[in-house]
Design a protein around this ligand. Structure first.
Ligand code: HPA
Length: 281
């Protein structure tokens, strides 16, 4: 009798997506990048070989947010092959955690082993100002859900994945060095993920600060959990788009978030490009 485990539905879906992508490109990047809200510009720095709209990839969800384009971009950044997700999926859009993280599974199946994730986040640490950069050193999952719930495919990763180092210490140290060279000010901190879509009340911001978070956002954690489940190395970067200080809270619009992201984007773009250039093979 055969000893091979049955192929899970997830693996089958990953394979179907990979087949379609590999019909379009022969590039096999080991580096994947997720571009967050208002951070699509890095895509312009990539010497594009091809861009595949999400709707052409089997089992990919389709983006509903205006500010997210929804394409998988293959090309070279500083001469290194990369694949970038221009546009990501959010829990508040109504997708399941499995849908949100499916693209990360596909990146892994394509050969990606290092994942660079960016996002826009609210600053809880009183030292942070709009437009600052924060290297994510750890996270708190307050989304009330988890993409790893359900049957576990042992061929992808363990039932109880370790989270002692969700964000690679090695990449954080490298990014700090590069930030110094580039004369960019960067903070380090803990990212807390909430489901959204509403922004937080003053009491909630106070609570999030109290439990140890430096920045709050509505993404990233699901993708990182799935990436770590499969053993990918992860680097995370937040752009602080607003100051969430409970005693001095101002109303916030999406336009302000996008504006702050646009202002800080060149800093993020240089840091990520330099990181890609210096990543060990
Ligand atoms: N809260 C949650 N998500 C966010 C915020 C915030 O204040 N700013 C940008 N993304």
């Amino acid at each position: 009798m055969s000893q091979t485990a049955p192929v899970s539905l997830l693996r089958q879906h990953m394979q179907e997506a990979v087949e379609v992508i590999q019909r379009t490109t022969a590039l096999q990047p080991r580096i994947g990048i997720i571009l967050g809200t208002g951070l699509g510009e890095l895509a312009e720095r990539i010497e594009q070989e091809c861009a595949i709209p999400y709707e052409n990839i089997p089992h990919f969800p389709i983006s509903t947010v205006e500010s997210h384009k929804g394409r998988l971009i293959f090309g070279h950044l500083r001469n290194r092959p990369v694949v970038a997700m221009q546009g990501r999926f959010h829990y508040y859009e109504g997708y399941t955690m499995q849908q949100i993280t499916f693209p990360v599974r596909v990146l892994y199946a394509l050969g990606v082993r290092t994942l660079l994730v960016s996002n826009a986040a609210g600053g809880l640490n009183p030292l942070f100002r709009r437009g600052d950069l924060m290297l994510i050193v750890d996270h708190i999952n307050l989304m009330g859900d988890n993409p790893l719930i359900g049957p576990n495919d042992e061929s992808l990763g363990p039932r109880f994945p370790d989270m002692s180092e969700p964000y690679s210490q090695r990449l954080i140290a490298l990014a700090e060095e590069l930030a110094l060279e580039l004369r960019l000010k960067v903070y380090k901190g803990v990212y807390v993920a909430v489901a959204g879509p509403n922004l937080e009340t003053r009491a909630e911001y106070r609570f999030l600060r109290l439990i140890g978070a430096d920045a709050v956002g509505m993404s990233t954690v699901p993708e990182v959990l799935v990436a770590r489940h499969m053993g990918m190395e992860v680097f995370g970067l937040s752009i602080i788009t607003d100051e969430c200080f409970p005693e001095a809270l101002q109303p916030l619009s999406l336009e302000q978030v996008l504006e702050a992201a646009r202002t800080a984007e060149p800093k993020m773009t240089s840091l990520i490009s330099e990181l890609v250039a210096r990543l060990p093979e």
